[in-house]
Ligand binder design. Structure first.
Ligand code: ACO
Length: 386
């Protein structure tokens, strides 16, 4: 039986606080007029201290599970695409797995900057189509406000926080993710970079003093790259899917700059109303931008059954990627109120389960510690042979 990977659940989350261009203009030398005319952005959401990449991811994931009417126990794999993970380790995806109570799922983070969501979607769909997984949760979540230098007007105006999640499920109904592609060009790594905090430049008083934990960007370079790859990736992936651009009902591009999207539309010879644009309200939310834009398009009734969509993104790395999706909600089961109640109760239980597991691990540590004190002499390495 042929297997297909359908998007059966979707959800998004943004922080409470909105920061408008006018508010930004009070702290850096800029204006609503400059930002809106150069980028199309009018406001963005900014996380408070309680809102983190994992908490936004969790909220979006729960919304996606509601739409799909799926129990967290049925998830096989959770991929969180992010450039602003909670920690270098453990993976943010593991925190989401624990909070959801997805006890049968593997979990990992994917780092490909703003293209991360497309990369994750492609991997998830391929895993489903080849039979390795049945239910995969793909999340793009960011708190870019934590790595933005709020004194640097060339970057702080661009970015925002948020999360979007898709649930992908195996189905025998034709459709779903029909094709995807991932590309990279590491020679352009310097044009969009957070220099410090990794193994090349560990955190130090000097790296903090020099603002090297913040995003540094060559805007013009990234702009040129983006306008080049958006159209070519869209064209290539449509061809991979055996379609033509005339078959595409909607393009959901990465929301970085309105002018980049307009340039892609011109290059593809498609009308601008075929592109989803919501960056005026969210700014660039990196890995979250495509799923948030698609969630809004679905809510606004812009996506109809069997529509072919192109999702296309680019980002630091440099990376870019695209996917073609045939939207087919019929692959999704009816939502039952009992499942919903069960899920809500399950979220409460997952908190208890997590606390119990932590407790048991502590007890195990104490007992094991005592045992290894007693048997310390037995644990020496065996003598070398020869
Ligand atoms: N307000 C007012 N003036 C500003 C601001 C600002 N916020 N920022 C820069 N300027 C000034 C500059 O200092 C410069 O002044 P000068 O001419 O006196 O030197 C002038 O405006 C023009 O600056 P440019 O950098 O040339 O402006 P440009 O038209 O290139 O627009 C922008 C800058 C919006 C950043 C654009 O280059 C861009 O969108 N690039 C793509 C960035 C992007 O998409 N990044 C995300 C990639 S996805 C990811 O992986 C995260």
């Amino acid at each position: 039986m042929e297997r297909y990977a359908h998007i059966t659940g979707w959800g998004m989350a943004v922080p409470e606080r909105v920061v408008t261009n006018d508010e930004l203009a009070k702290t850096v030398d800029t204006s609503d007029e400059w930002i809106a005319s150069r980028t199309g952005i009018r406001q963005r959401y900014v996380a408070n201290a309680r809102e983190t990449t994992a908490s936004l991811a969790l909220e979006a994931a729960r919304a996606a599970l509601e739409v799909a009417d799926l129990s967290p126990r049925q998830i096989d794999l959770i991929i969180v695409a992010t450039s602003t993970p909670e920690h270098i380790m453990p993976a943010t995806a593991c925190l989401v797995q624990d909070a959801l109570g997805a006890i049968n799922a593997g979990a990992f983070d994917l780092s490909a900057a703003c293209s991360g969501f497309i990369y994750a979607l492609g991997l998830a769909a391929n895993g489903i189509r080849c039979g390795a997984h049945n239910n995969v949760l793909v999340i793009g979540s960011e708190t870019l406000s934590r790595i933005v230098n709020w004194k640097d007007r060339s970057t702080c105006i661009l970015f925002g926080d948020g999360a979007g999640a898709f649930l992908l499920q195996a189905s025998s109904v034709p459709g779903g993710v029909l094709a995807s592609l991932m590309r990279s060009d590491g020679s352009g790594g310097d044009s969009l970079i957070v220099p410090a905090g990794g193994s090349r430049m560990p955190a130090s008083a000097e790296s903090v003093r020099n603002n090297q934990h913040f995003i540094q960007m060559d805007g013009k370079e990234v702009y040129r790259f983006a306008t080049r790859v958006m159209a070519s990736a869209a064209r290539e992936v449509v061809q991979c899917a055996g379609l033509t651009l005339d078959d595409i009902a909607l393009v959901v591009p990465h929301q970085a700059n309105r002018r980049i999207i307009e340039s892609a539309a011109r290059s593809l010879n498609l009308p601008e109303d075929r592109f989803v644009v919501n960056l005026d309200r969210y700014g660039n939310t990196s890995t979250a931008s495509i799923p948030i834009a698609l969630c809004e398009a679905v809510a606004a009734g812009r996506v109809r059954p069997n529509d072919h969509l192109v999702l296309v993104g680019f980002g630091a790395g440099l990376t870019w990627g695209a996917a073609v999706v045939q939207w087919n909600e019929t692959a999704k089961p009816e939502v039952s109120p009992w499942h919903r109640i069960g899920r809500q109760a399950g979220y409460g239980l997952s908190r208890v389960r997590s606390a119990v597991r932590r407790g048991l691990r502590r007890v195990e540590g104490i007992v094991y510690g005592k045992q290894s004190e007693v048997g310390a002499g037995d644990e020496t390495l065996p003598p070398r042979r020869g």
